[in-house]
Design a protein around this ligand. Sequence first.
Ligand code: AMP
Length: 183
Amino acid sequence: MQSNLLSLEDKVKQSIREVPDFPKPGINFKDITTLLQDMELFNEVIEHFTRELKTENIHHIIGIESRGFIFAVPLAMKLNVPFIPVRKPNKLPADTLKETYALEYGKDSLEIHLDAFKHQTNENILIIDDLLATGGTALATSKLVTQLGAAKVSFLSLIELRFLNGREKLESAGLEVKSLIKY
Ligand code: AMP
């Protein structure tokens, strides 16, 4: 009974497991596998995002490997738009474009298929990941899709870590940012 009175944000927050010091000391990992145990709640999340996005005229949805895929595929199905994977290096089989970006220690890269979407005018792309932290991953992905000809790029995540200012980084690069729950 009481759970019906909670907002979607509260229910999702309660469903996420926090794992301290993973994958390294000082990181408080937000584990969504516990949310995925509750398909009714996961479905509520997907329905909520579908309502938010259905008037936005999105042409393609990009999922960032790997947890971005979990949200991107059902949303692409609901909105009836193609899904495009952005993956870690050397996973995509055909010709790719690569973007390398800085991490706290070292660097990482992401790739997209060169023919992932047709270079039409006004291509409106939505990038999805499970969590926005510093914004480096999302910004690298937006550089990939911009190089492929996207006119408008926006970003959606389930979780946003506000204290890491990823939103500011993405907004100053011209992306619109949406997230369901904030810490
Ligand atoms: P960033 O590039 O700093 O915005 O980091 C975002 C990426 O790292 C996303 O793909 C997240 O899945 C992952 N990530 C970063 N911090 C966390 C965290 N505290 N808990 C879970 N995943 C995280």
